[in-house]
Design a protein around this ligand. Sequence first.
Ligand code: ASP
Length: 272
Amino acid sequence: MARRILLLTTGGTIASRPTEEGLAPGLAGAELAGLLPRGITDAYDLTIQDILHLDSSNIQPEEWQTIARHVFDNRTEYDGIVITHGTDTMAYTAAALSYLIQRSPKPIVLTGAQKPIGFDATDSRTNLRDSFECACTRDMHGVAIVFNGRVILGTRACKTHTKSFDAFASINYPNIADVRDGRVVKGVNFEGLRDVSDPARLAAHYSGQGADELVFYDITASAEGRRLFADALREVARTIFIPLTVGGGISSLEDFDRVLKCGADKVSVNTG
Ligand code: ASP
């Protein structure tokens, strides 16, 4: 059965067309969908509701409530909801929706584009395709922004570039997933895990992004009778200057000692 998506449109560049005063949001949701390749629209059972036609600089708390109301009223009917929105205030709307609609078991995805969907070189089609895919991914829930292959928690997004397709960053928090070739990727429930980088490089990356603290867990160490990877830990501790908490495989005072000597600031113990 095709996955059921509700597309709510609010305007923004993605739905804009050139006018005498410059770009203005003018395309209806059906026109947006009509500009997507058939392969994308055929993969979903798409319902469209046009709720606003605004440049997002004109979106205010009143409009947040309108959007939230539409999401709430349709929450049981669909596998997920995609909201197209201008990029300028998308992060604010995402944060507001995160608090207006808490603990949504289904994905509520905001997306938009740096170039209108009718333009040849546009990011609209990719962002919409990625958003549809995220909106019906079973392990996703709550509010997120999907943009340029990033899936960013609704309360963490910030627009960091005005022109680049890579317009949004996740602040002090990793992307909750990524979208590659139309697939939402990340190891989930410890299955399908893939190597993304070595621990020291990742630690440097998160630290550089402004993380306040790093937690280094070998989560199955006790269950699988493994001691902590001392070399990797030493390397991580050498690389970063933020507090480092270490856990996994800690079952004796000697383990505490060893981990602290490798450079940990705090030791975390759960099952022992
Ligand atoms: N000014 C537009 C808006 O926020 C920009 C965009 O969509 O990217 O609606």
